[in-house]
Design a protein around this ligand. Structure first.
Ligand SMILES: *[C@@H]1O[C@H](CO)[C@@H](O)[C@H](O)[C@H]1NC(C)=O
Ligand SMILES: *[C@@H]1O[C@H](CO)[C@@H](O)[C@H](O)[C@H]1NC(C)=O
Ligand SMILES: *[C@@H]1O[C@H](CO)[C@@H](O)[C@H](O)[C@H]1NC(C)=O
Ligand SMILES: *[C@@H]1O[C@H](CO)[C@@H](O)[C@H](O)[C@H]1NC(C)=O
Ligand SMILES: *[C@@H]1O[C@H](CO)[C@@H](O)[C@H](O)[C@H]1NC(C)=O
Ligand SMILES: *[C@@H]1O[C@H](CO)[C@@H](O)[C@H](O)[C@H]1NC(C)=O
Length: 355
């Protein structure tokens, strides 16, 4: 068993840092001023050299964060009161790190563990796998904050045909979709059996669908909304969509939703369909309103550490934080700011009431 090495790192930075908690925030007047800047708040800091890659929010409000710098999933408290808890960790000689994470049925999560890729994102050793994390067996003592009973973690499947698995989303109780960012396709995986096959493979999922791509990452974040599969293409800087069936088969032609989101990483829809798009290697977060084709930057910039390497976002699930967008950041480990500057990865948040 791997020791719980990461408990120390965040607790000190967290508890010593004063910050405004989401529930203390005064909501600002709702407006459609897409370009208005929004304040970014740090909830947890993960320490030097870390990379927070993705997140999922439990029904009880606690946030599961996957790390890419080491294969771990942590639980963080949305109020910033409780110390982080390592929920699952894997041998770092076997897996490089964790990526996409999504819930299917209540408190059942699936997460990608990645093999080792080189700077071109070509798999050099190991295999990409999908693991099941059953949080229903997990419990913590309210008094001591100590784990009384662990989550139940088991392997679903090794996706042996994949190169670099990244975004993961839930299609139904027993089907998940997972993006292969290098190959430029999306797998459908049956969570009862682990059986997988390529469900969608569109030209606009490929990194090399443009000449001289700036990175070998194509399809990255994937989400479902109103019968459409949406995806970001990092190299091309687009958000795209195609209609799909309940079983994940594409219908008709893919469309470009917006093409002004350079280096788009993962993204999330608010309940009213407004998209928030993390642009990791631009250190920016953009918003896109339904029916529009121009996204607007609302936080961060490529010369600022405010949202250094923002990688993914998820909304709170409690009555008092459903307007709060929690964001993982990589500390710009993927592309240092101004060529040299990296900072500790974080779980940060913004209040989206104005958008
Ligand atoms: C993290 O990096 C900063 C800047 O390089 C350095 O000052 C600090 O001591 C480092 N902290 C730890 C815990 O290594
Ligand atoms: C991790 O994997 C390596 C290589 O297979 C092995 O030598 C090592 O014992 C493993 N570590 C643990 C803690 O299981
Ligand atoms: C939970 O798992 C960790 C890591 O494997 C282990 O050290 C710990 O003893 C477990 N806790 C309980 C309550 O089983
Ligand atoms: C998943 O596999 C099980 C077992 O073969 C099957 O009963 C079920 O219909 C499959 N689910 C889907 C959505 O294909
Ligand atoms: C990046 O460079 C610009 C221009 O020199 C400077 O204004 C900015 O503060 C730098 N950013 C960081 C994070 O060092
Ligand atoms: C920031 O992005 C702009 C394009 O929006 C680009 O022209 C500029 O070179 C970038 N600066 C840095 C420091 O990456």
């Amino acid at each position: 068993m791997a020791p719980l090495l990461s408990l120390a790192f965040a607790a000190c930075s967290l508890l010593s840092t004063a910050f405004a908690l989401p529930h203390d925030n005064v909501p600002v007047a709702r407006s459609k001023a897409a370009s208005s800047a929004v304040g970014v708040n740090v909830l947890y800091s993960f320490g030097n050299g870390t990379w927070a890659e993705n997140l999922a929010v439990r029904a009880n409000g606690q946030i599961l964060v996957s790390r890419l710098d080491t294969p771990e999933v942590l639980q963080l408290d949305p109020k910033g009161i409780k110390e982080p808890i390592t929920i699952a960790s894997w041998n770092s000689s076997t897996y490089m790190g964790c990526l996409g994470i999504s819930e299917t049925t209540s408190d059942l999560f699936y997460v990608v563990t990645s093999g080792f890729v080189d700077d071109d994102f070509v798999l050099t050793s190991g295999v990409n796998s999908i693991w099941k994390i059953d949080m229903s067996t997990f419990s913590v003592s309210e008094h001591t904050g100590k784990v009384v009973s662990n989550a139940t973690v088991s392997k679903l499947v090794d996706v042996t045909t994949s190169d670099f698995l990244n975004g993961l989303t839930t299609l139904s109780d027993d089907l998940i979709l997972v993006a292969d960012a290098y190959n430029g396709w999306v797998y459908r995986v049956n969570t009862s059996t682990g059986a997988y096959s390529v469900a969608v493979s569109e030209e606009s999922m490929k990194f090399d669908s443009i000449p001289n791509p700036p990175t070998n990452i194509g399809v990255n974040g994937i989400k479902l909304l109103d019968g459409y599969l949406y995806w970001s293409n990092t190299a091309v800087g687009t958000l795209n969509r195609i209609r799909i069936t309940a079983k994940g088969a594409p219908i008709g032609k893919a469309e470009v939703v917006t093409s002004n989101v350079p280096k788009a990483d993962d993204f999330i829809f608010k309940s009213d369909g407004v998209a928030f798009i993390a642009q990791n290697q631009m250190d920016e977060l953009s918003v896109l309103y339904p029916g529009q084709s121009e996204a607007a930057v609302i936080a961060g910039s490529n010369i600022s550490t405010i949202l250094a390497g923002v990688s993914a976002g998820k909304f709170g699930r409690l009555a008092d934080d459903e307007h709060i967008l929690y964001l993982t950041t990589s500390g710009a480990e993927g592309k240092p700011i101004n060529g040299t500057v990296t900072v500790p990865a974080t779980l940060s948040w913004i209040d989206t009431s104005a958008f």
